[in-house]
Design a protein around this ligand. Structure first.
Ligand SMILES: *Cc1c(COP(=O)(O)O)cnc(C)c1O
Length: 261
């Protein structure tokens, strides 16, 4: 990609960033929330590093990756390339316990924690020269047996265990609710997000005073539903296709049991 700002990738991406940023802003105002209350996480899984460079040049700083090897390769490749490297990398995919080490070594955030064992390994493997790893408990708010995430009723107990781990900072909750009929009314669309916001508030109220202030993040909302998530209290929306277009099909180098949603 050339550095020309009128490169087609740049102009369309710039338009999408403007459109999404203004939708986030409007959703905040409508919900009587501060427009700074919601951060945009650019989900770059399957997209090449040129796309991430373009997004970074246009001001995006937070990037989400789903696959361990692909994500680590991109982080390392971009380390020497991004000017004044301020990129903040979030691991948002499912994480198996035998793949925790590279995640602990390279990412700043992990969203999908749904059991203590994964959290313990990440804490043990977090290098001492790095700040504690920021983690979010993934909650299965729609109660689908096929999806990952802990049951809402188990989240508080898991939170109380995770806050004991020395190399992690528990930052909040994350969810991927079941798809809802886009024709459904506003209250139905928002229901899982409202339930998440209530659970977040409940857990925060039960955390000890030294752990409660850091518990400030509610990662919910994707390309198709982020205004509803913001209406309910999301602080971090994870946007892929609305920014970068449809994802290319996964390549052979990606494991087949890990196809993008
Ligand atoms: C892929 C993915 C996203 C982005 O999805 P879009 O619908 O493309 O915005 C967000 N969160 C998670 C966990 C994902 O896997």
């Amino acid at each position: 990609m050339s550095n020309s700002v009128d490169h087609p990738l740049f102009t369309s991406l710039e338009q999408q960033i403007r459109r999404i940023t203004s939708t986030i802003h409007d959703a905040c105002i409508a919900a009587q929330r501060s427009p700074d209350a919601v951060q945009l996480l650019a989900v770059t899984k399957t997209h090449p590093i040129e796309t991430i460079q373009a997004a970074y040049a246009l001001g995006l700083k937070r990037f989400g990756e789903n696959y361990v090897q692909e994500g680590v390769d991109k982080i390392i490749a971009l380390r020497g390339i991004l000017p004044d490297n301020q990129a903040i990398w979030h691991f948002i995919g499912p994480l198996q316990s035998n793949k925790t080490r590279p995640v602990a070594e390279h990412f700043a955030w992990v969203h999908g924690i749904d059991r203590l064992k994964i959290a313990q390994r990440l804490s043990e493997q977090r290098p001492t020269h790095l700040p504690p790893l920021n983690v979010l408990i993934q909650v299965n708010i729609s109660d689908e047996s096929s999806k990952s995430g802990c049951a809402p009723d188990s989240a508080l107990a898991l939170a109380l265990e995770i806050i004991q781990l020395p190399r992690l900072t528990l930052r909040g909750l994350m969810t991927i609710p079941a798809a809802i009929d886009p024709q459904a009314n506003e209250a139905t669309q928002c229901a899982p997000f409202v339930a998440m916001a209530q659970l977040h508030a409940k857990i925060k109220a039960h955390l000890p005073h030294d752990a409660a202030p850091a518990f400030d993040t509610l990662s919910m909302g994707m390309s198709d539903d982020y205004p509803h998530a913001i209406a309910a209290g999301s602080t971090l929306v994870r946007i892929g296709s609305a920014l970068f277009g449809r994802r290319p099909a996964p390549t052979q180098t990606m494991t087949l049991n890990n196809t993008p949603h």
